[in-house]
Design a protein around this ligand. Sequence first.
Ligand SMILES: [Zn+2]
Length: 405
Amino acid sequence: MSTHHRLIENARLFPAVDESVVEDAAVWIEGDTVRFAGKRSGLPALPPDCERINASGKFLMPGMTETHAHLSFADASPFAIGDTSVEEATITAVRNAALMVDAGFTSAISFGSTYRIDVALREAINTGRIKGPRLLAAGRDLGATGSNIDSPGGLGMIADGPWAVRKAVREQRKMRVDVVKIFIDGEAINSQCPPGELSFTDEEVNAVVDEAHRRQMRVACHARSAAAVKQAVRAGVDFIGHANYLDDEAIDLLAARKDRIVVGPAIAWEVTYLEKCGTLGISRETVCEQGYEREIQATIATVKKLRAVGIRMVVGGDYGISIAPHGTYAKDLEYFVDLFGMSGAEALLCATRNGGQAFDPAGRIGTLVAGAYADLLLVSGDPCKDVRVLQDHQNLRVMKGGIWQ
Ligand SMILES: [Zn+2]
């Protein structure tokens, strides 16, 4: 790997350090690493054996990061996520991992796995046995008795009390998990734990985060309400999922820690549940009564405030259910533009730079600059003008770690 040199030239380059596009650009790759990315006129002398790839007419951007991935979900009904057997879920997870790369997502932060499928996937991907994104693997969702995740099936892990949750986190460490996913509050469809009802005490969440951070793991959470987000942020949770109903105090808390925390609204669930509830045998009136239309409106207001104080927003969320199936992850950028009012370039930055920073604080993911991993997309079309071009896999040629996928 270390001696193969390639030059991708004549492309329009989106390095994803800011919203700018570089015309007549060149990217020099050595092995799995970018050596130069920028205006072609700035290229240093290349080795004579450098392979040249003409990308004329293409838009060249970093591979995207899906920051709320559920590779082990099998596109089942959202009411039956954990119901698949480990065998079935594993087979579809292998397929989903390849699909995620085909969709332009070269890295993924897991927000919960059935069984221990993520860990097995990560090992198979990293040893080249299967195709898939760089993966921060999660274990089973960790929650308290009566929490949103306290239901039968392969998805949950239940623990109560600070020592029991510490033991659960230690068990996840033993399974070689990277991310501990916890449920702080719940879900409107779940009468045993709606949003705003905290299923853990502060003491329990603090214990989870303390234990995870001491054991080289990070913590992702499901937190919809202001109270849930405050509990998570105060405890030091790394990845906040949902954050729909925030008050000013929650925004201020996040703002004070914006260099460490990212927020992913994961709005695909609400949007597609409203759109496709009929396929689940549920009327739109019922979905509105459950509060999901209001939840979208609340999220729009919250995201506006989060952007105003410079919180890094990230793309992804809950794809892998029947109404939001695997492979459609890039729909998120469309929601960021249409619902949250972002420009195409800002949505791209959420999917690339911000997600990459969340995945790898060392900075080798999510931008195309010297020293970054050669994870990139050659796109037919201009996603700055229309992010929907990313939704058609036929428009993408994907490289991960210097290897065409
Ligand atoms: Zn999720």
